[in-house]
Design a binder for this molecule. Structure first.
Ligand code: MEV
Length: 397
């Protein structure tokens, strides 16, 4: 599923100007894509109705969206050509432009935490809620045994229950929630942690008493986050005045939730486009991102930008529950093709790439807003799209 070789360069000059079949041929050759993926791309992508019928219910047809490539990315030193699926014009160009601005200073660097997802076991009518935590601690071993026994495939691969935590949510009602923190390896992990929550719940009740309510993951996986940083030379963003305006735009978002949510939408343009192309649960990603943005009680931007020395520096932190195994990866030929194009094997690598694309679309949006206004930027791209090949263009490459 991964490419035989990484691209030596994620720049493809003139890509934007080529007709679709030539782009397909170029990328198949450049990335050394498998015959299966080459056939999938050459056929225009898509999904057989019979496969769609296995993915959802009451299927009557399939629904098409563009599959585009974000260019110019270097992530932790590796060039990446990034599949993106999105209906909104300018986002893929923004991603490629953002990546281009930061590549002179090494591109994006980042790291993801170990892939620990969190399940919640709700208990009510718990006697003496304040000492529930101590009772849970005393029963850590049997709860861990029950949890790990429920997911032998994951424990064989080195995953399993990592930690337990008690939260007294409403002592008056005896409402206590136990969090089970589970290493899900390269899976997104929703099904895994739901299985653990259901299987370990009896051991949890045996430990602290009460009655079991819901057993389900939280989509706010605070122990599964990703950090990414990047610097663009001030000249690359259009000079000192534009860089200062981008810093002011960041400070605006840091001070005002109304602006922060739009700033974050610019981040999620990139993150979601990769998520859709790679068959990830983008609803979970969105829910987690916005909950994380407001976890301190005030809604904040996921990324911040500052001018330091001669560079504009951006950093982004967010939760990202993504997987390279499980989900629809096995069934969906477009997702398999996208994984092969991107060339990541591990979930943590995918998370760092996705966050990098979010930082890239965020930077390009802020630059457009600070330097020329977003409509002017959009209109310029639309004009380029209508310009015949050979007459310029190339914004997205
Ligand atoms: C549009 O899809 C995204 C922007 O509104 C983001 C932003 O304002 O930073 C341009």
């Amino acid at each position: 599923m991964s490419p035989k070789r990484q691209p030596t360069d994620s720049r493809i000059p003139g890509f934007y100007d080529l007709p679709v079949p030539q782009r397909q041929a170029l990328v198949i050759e450049r990335l050394g894509l498998s015959q299966t993926t080459a056939r999938h791309l050459s056929a225009g992508g898509g999904l057989e109705p019979a496969v769609a019928d296995r993915l959802s219910e009451n299927v009557v047809a399939t629904h098409g969206l563009p599959l585009s490539l974000g260019l110019n990315f270097v992530v932790n030193g590796t060039p990446r050509v990034v599949p993106m699926t999105i209906e909104e014009p300018s986002v893929v160009a923004a991603a490629s432009h953002g990546a281009k601005m930061v590549r002179a200073l090494g591109g994006f660097s980042g790291r993801a935490t170990p892939p620990v997802m969190t399940a919640q076991v709700q208990l009510w009518d718990v006697p003496d809620p304040d000492s529930a935590g101590a009772r849970l601690e005393a029963h850590r071993a049997p709860i861990t045994r029950a949890a790990d026994a429920a997911i032998p495939g994951i424990t064989e691969r080195g995953g399993g229950l990592r930690d337990l935590e008690t939260r007294v949510v409403d002592p008056g009602q005896g409402l206590v929630v136990v969090h089970l923190h589970i290493d899900v390896r390269d899976a997104m992990g929703a099904n895994i942690v739901d299985t653990v929550a259901e299987s370990a719940a009896p051991a949890v009740v045996a430990a602290i008493g009460g009655r079991v309510g819901l057993r389900i993951l939280t989509n706010l996986p605070l122990r599964r986050t990703v950090d990414v940083v990047a610097q663009a030379p001030v000249e690359a963003v259009g000079g000192a005045e534009v860089a200062a305006a981008i810093e002011r735009a960041s400070k605006f978002a840091e001070a005002d939730p109304f602006r922060a949510v739009t700033h974050n939408k610019g981040v999620m343009n990139g993150v979601d486009a990769v998520a859709v192309a790679l068959g990830q649960d983008w609803r979970a990603i969105e829910a987690g991102a916005h909950a994380f943005a407001s976890v301190g009680g005030v809604y904040r931007p996921l990324s911040v930008w500052r001018v330091r020395d001669e560079a504009l520096e951006g950093e982004l932190k967010m939760p990202l529950a993504v997987g390279t195994v499980g989900g629809c990866a096995g069934a969906h030929p477009g997702v398999r093709a996208a994984l092969e194009i991107l060339g990541v094997r591990r979930a943590d690598e995918l998370a760092v790439v996705m966050a990098s694309v979010g930082l890239a679309t965020n930077l390009a949006a802020l630059r457009a807003l600070a330097a020329e206004g977003i409509q002017a930027g959009h209109m310029r791209l639309h004009r380029r799209r209508l310009t015949p090949p050979g007459d310029g263009g190339g914004e997205a490459s």
